[in-house]
Design a protein around this ligand. Structure first.
Ligand code: SF4
Ligand code: SF4
Length: 179
């Protein structure tokens, strides 16, 4: 018995004072994914990567918005969303107290504007995502700064872009034949 008491005294406290004191979590702890609306470009990478479908996205082409939503009740804290997000809009935190009295409190959602095709008027891609791509292309020097035509092409939906490119090609062929 004395031996056991001695051992217990040597080991010290094996329990923590939580919830009366905040609990310190381990480095790289995988807690609640926190979403930053201001950084989100609605690219959908997190929704594609999420293995439990906790993150979902839905286009509303009538209102011209894409809805982003996370259901913390489905999250398994794998961190895939954090890994794939290109802008850091979603990142795992150290928060683990996720109990909620109402189901709705487990949701976080946002709406992001879609870009309207300048030819047919259809909504086709998140405006923020297009701006992000344009800024990236400029940053890496893959754009011709004097030629604004490619920028206009980015504002066309895939179908109108295809038609415009086809029309340009036919026009180019005609000009070559005349020459
Ligand atoms: S941590 Fe995993 S399960 Fe949770 S939202 Fe991110 S990808 Fe989905
Ligand atoms: S991956 Fe990041 S930027 Fe893309 S939709 Fe998810 S949170 Fe938004």
């Amino acid at each position: 018995m004395l031996k056991l008491l001695k051992k217990a005294l040597q080991v010290g406290d094996a329990t923590v004072k939580y919830p009366f004191k905040p609990l310190e979590v381990a480095p790289c702890f995988r807690g609640k994914p926190v979403y930053d609306f201001s950084q989100c470009i609605a690219c959908g990478a997190c929704a594609d990567a999420c293995p439990s479908n906790a993150i979902t996205m839905e286009n509303d082409s009538k209102r011209g918005v894409v809805s982003w939503k996370i259901n913390y009740g489905r999250c398994i804290f794998c961190g895939r969303c954090d890994e794939v997000c290109p802008t850091g809009a979603i990142a795992l935190s150290e928060e683990f107290e996720l109990a909620a009295a109402r189901k709705e409190d487990l949701y976080c959602q946002a709406e992001i504007q879609l870009c309207e095709c300048r030819s047919c008027g259809e909504y086709f891609a998140p405006s923020r995502e297009l701006d992000y791509v344009l800024a990236y292309l400029e940053q890496v020097g893959l754009t011709d700064y004097d030629n604004k035509e490619w920028k206009q092409l980015m504002k066309l939906c895939p179908e109108c872009k295809r038609k415009q490119r086809a029309a340009q090609w036919v026009h180019g062929q005609g000009a070559r034949r005349k020459a």
